[in-house]
Write a protein that binds this ligand. Structure first.
Ligand code: HEM
Length: 376
């Protein structure tokens, strides 16, 4: 697989055991500075946020920097804190469903999954209400068509985030009555240490990215699409809501949308199976393929809500296991719950093959999901 338009060929690993082992292999780094210069030159998109100064986020740091930052962010991002956010997400979901319910038609990416995840994220981060509409209109809310489009937004987003962090440090642009994760991160002290401005804006950018077009919005759309193609499973959920929890893990395993390939760089030369890698070589770990490995999952291409174990890798594994996994699960529960409550007979309004999506080396993104339904 090529990592850039004309970039070097990267080794692609797809088996579950192999991907799982490499996700925790200390010979691999997440730090793009470990990449060979050929990659740096040929795939500027991979380095775009670096030029915008958003370089100190968890997903690009190795220990010991990663350990310190992850320990700090984990303090303000616990499952308990996520539960406190549930009512707000439920309210947003109910507002969005009420808006499209009378027409019997909706685009579940544009009218539902994207605004639910984005509005929720802007709220809990403490982005002032008056600034949210502008940020959304500038495209944070929508799935960018390509990496290039996403990269083109970095400088403006970087300026916005550094300005916001500076204002919040001075106690400005904060509402004491609403959640404000950025303010919580600013006041955080662990063993006398605090987050630097670069760490703060990089972390906020990463949380925003996971919560929005790269993460939850795609996961919700992918889960709904899988259910649309398996209407019997959708009815199973309607009949027994206690299935929702295992169903969400199965939908995360099954849906071939969202972030599916993660990249690592070899710190040293070694061999993986029959392939030799050199120091600096990129290695792509295909989480989607690993999730369908028949050596691990019985009937991997079936959507089954009664799997006894479901060791899917959709949230990664090891040190870099998704920090937002509890939030993502909660948002999926809220989103699917709202559709089950209000819509019957959900079906695609276009042929499956005509669904607009964009694909690059890191995964496929659904741009629209037009559906028809009856009011439940
Ligand atoms: C269903 C939606 C989501 C999926 C499928 C997903 C997937 C992933 C995956 C696969 C990784 C590991 C990447 C790697 O190993 O290189 C990851 C890491 C991460 N995710 Fe998510 N994510 C989702 C939602 C979120 C949300 C909602 C947030 C935050 C609000 C978030 C924040 C993060 C962060 C901060 C990391 C980096 C953790 C680290 O490096 O220690 N993600 N995510």
């Amino acid at each position: 697989m090529r990592i850039g338009e004309s970039g070097p060929t990267a080794l692609l690993i797809a088996g579950h055991h192999e991907v799982s082992a490499l996700l925790t292999d200390p010979r691999l780094s997440v730090d793009r500075h470990s990449a060979g210069s050929a990659l740096r030159g040929s795939c500027p998109a991979l380095f775009a946020n670096e030029s915008a100064g958003l370089t100190r986020s968890l997903s690009e740091l190795d220990p010991p920097d990663h350990t310190r930052l992850r320990g700090m962010l984990g303090k303000v991002f616990s499952p308990l804190q996520v539960e406190l956010l549930r009512p707000r997400f439920e309210l947003i979901a109910s507002e969005l469903v009420s808006a499209f319910l009378p027409s019997g038609y909706a685009d579940l990416v544009v009218d539902f999954a994207a605004p639910l995840s984005v509005r929720g994220a802007l709220d809990f981060l403490g982005i002032p209400a008056a600034e949210q509409a502008e940020l959304m209109s500038e495209g944070v809310a929508t799935a960018p068509g390509s990496w290039e489009e996403a990269c083109a937004r970095f400088p403006a987003l970087h300026d916005y985030l550094t300005g916001l962090v500076a204002a919040k440090r001075k106690g400005e642009r904060s509402d004491p009555h609403t959640p404000d994760l950025i303010k919580d991160l600013i006041s955080l002290r662990v063993n006398g240490q605090e987050l630097t401005d670069t760490e703060l804006s990089s972390s906020v950018w990463l949380l925003l990215r996971g919560s929005t077009y790269r993460g939850v919005a795609q996961a919700i759309s992918g889960a709904v699409l899988a259910l649309l193609r398996h209407p019997d499973r959708f009815e199973e959920l309607r009949a027994d809501r206690s299935l929702l929890e295992p169903a969400i893990d199965e939908l995360l395993r099954f849906a071939d949308l969202g972030p599916s390939v993660v990249v690592r760089f070899a710190r040293e030369a070694f061999t993986i199976g029959d392939s030799s890698v050199r120091a600096g070589d990129p290695i792509l770990l295909d989480l989607t393929a690993a999730n369908r490995d028949p050596r691990v999952f019985e009937e991997p291409d079936s959507l089954l809500f009664d799997r006894h174990v479901n060791p899917h890798l959709s949230f990664g594994q090891g040190l870099h296991y998704c920090l937002g996994a509890s939030l993502a699960r909660m948002e999926l529960e809220v989103a699917l719950g709202a559709l089950l409550d209000h819509c019957r007979g959900l079906r695609l309004a276009v042929e499956h093959a005509d669904l607009p999506s964009r694909e690059n080396w890191s995964g496929r993104r659904l741009l629209q999901l037009p559906v028809l339904f009856e009011k439940a």
